[in-house]
Write a protein that binds this ligand. Structure first.
Ligand SMILES: Cc1ncc(COP(=O)(O)O)c(C=O)c1O
Length: 373
């Protein structure tokens, strides 16, 4: 039996209908996974003789394959260096908790991912949130709070927000930080790698702003169809992280197989941008279908593969998802407290392998479900 106070917390989750459960689905049309390009079924990594990495990167986990892969990643992303972490969660945790020091300030978008929130808790820096994608608000906070002596300021945001699918105005953001030596931008490109830019290179590169970003985080569990992540930045940052990022230092490195998968995924991206193009075209067509099906006001504006249909109330959105699943569509509800109460939603992910007919029929079914309520 677990302690009483933990049972009370679980009971509260039950009561407000936000209980999380592990479930498997199979045979449904995928409108849910982050496998935007279908790479999880396409990767053909070189086989490896060795399985486990056998140690941390600072011990026996460092290999030539890993070194070469980091050079390849850095070249693809037009940056001085890339440092591989075991996951995006680990990358955010290690990067943010180590660079933001006591006396520094973190200004973060209120909708940033949980891994960034957890990282800020581990950091000794003070953190303040700015309203979602509101650069006016960010500018006010910058003016008001970034005047301390010896203070570095880190602005943290995402390229494509994981629960809303929208993007920040990166050009304006870079202008805000320009000419301020103590202001540094950290950009989480988790959902932009593979989905934004002609080759899926991500938001910063697609706007040629990579040199204005202090650190970019790319993750490999989404469009790349495998696992792991990398922090992209300058040589000095790389050296700092190797020395001080605890989620890099104190963990066993990724196994060879994972490194081979990441390498293969980059080859697929570099060789053929057809999947990326198909996906970007589908997003445009999907937006037209949303209007045609009379659902425009339900959907948040999004030009990315993450589309959200707002259906307030945990119970109601869960039922709508279940009805869609019964009709053959794998669509999951996103409940509060993951999103603010009243903004519960269906998170619909589009993939290069989804057809326009599938989208049309799914939206038709969704419109009928919402009409009946
Ligand atoms: C914006 C963002 N950053 C980081 C992560 C964590 O990445 P990973 O799944 O590789 O740990 C996620 C995953 O959900 C994410 O959406």
């Amino acid at each position: 039996m677990i302690p009483e106070k933990l049972l009370v917390k679980l009971a509260r989750r039950h009561a407000n209908k936000s209980m999380r459960e592990l479930r498997t689905t199979s045979g449904l049309i995928d409108f849910s996974s982050n496998d935007y390009l279908g790479f999880s079924n396409k990767l053909k990594p070189a086989s490896s003789n060795k399985h486990g990495a056998t140690g941390s990167r600072l011990l026996t986990g460092q290999t030539e394959i890993c070194q070469q892969l980091e050079q390849k990643i850095a070249a693809f992303h037009k940056t001085e260096s890339a440092l591989i972490f075991n996951s995006g969660y680990d990358a955010n945790l290690g990067l943010i908790s180590s660079v933001a020091q006591r006396g520094d300030l973190i200004l973060y978008d209120e909708y940033v991912h949980a891994s960034i929130r957890d990282a800020m808790k581990l950091s000794d820096a003070k953190s303040l949130k700015f309203r979602h994608n509101d650069l006016g608000h960010l500018s006010i906070l910058l003016d008001k709070f970034s005047k301390e002596e010896n203070q570095e300021v880190y602005i943290i945001t995402e390229s494509v927000f994981s629960m809303d699918g929208d993007m920040p105005n990166l050009v304006e953001l870079v202008n805000l930080a320009k000419n301020k030596d103590n202001v540094h931008i950290i950009l989480d490109e988790a959902h932009a790698l593979g989905t934004v830019g002609n080759n899926g290179e991500g938001l910063a590169q697609s706007q040629n702003l990579q040199d204005d970003i202090f650190a970019r985080i790319v993750t490999y569990g989404k469009s790349m169809g495998c696992h792991g992540a990398a922090v992209l930045g300058g040589f000095d940052l790389n050296q700092f992280l190797v020395n001080f990022a605890r989620s890099f230092v104190y963990t066993t490195a990724l196994p060879q197989h994972s490194l081979n998968c990441i390498s293969n995924a980059y080859d697929l991206l570099a060789q053929d941008s057809k999947e990326v193009e198909n996906l970007q075209l589908l997003v445009i067509k999907f937006n037209r279908l949303v209007v045609q099906s009379g659902l425009r006001l339900r959907f948040r504006e999004s030009v990315t593969p993450i589309q959200t249909c707002i259906i307030p109330d945990n119970d109601v959105v869960k039922k709508a998802a279940l009805q869609l699943q019964e009709k053959g569509y794998d669509i999951r509800p996103i409940l509060s407290p993951t999103v603010p109460a009243g903004e519960e939603r269906l998170r619909i992910c589009l993939h290069s392998f989804n057809t326009i007919e599938q989208c049309e029929k799914m939206l038709h079914t969704l419109a009928a479900i919402l009409k009946k309520r």
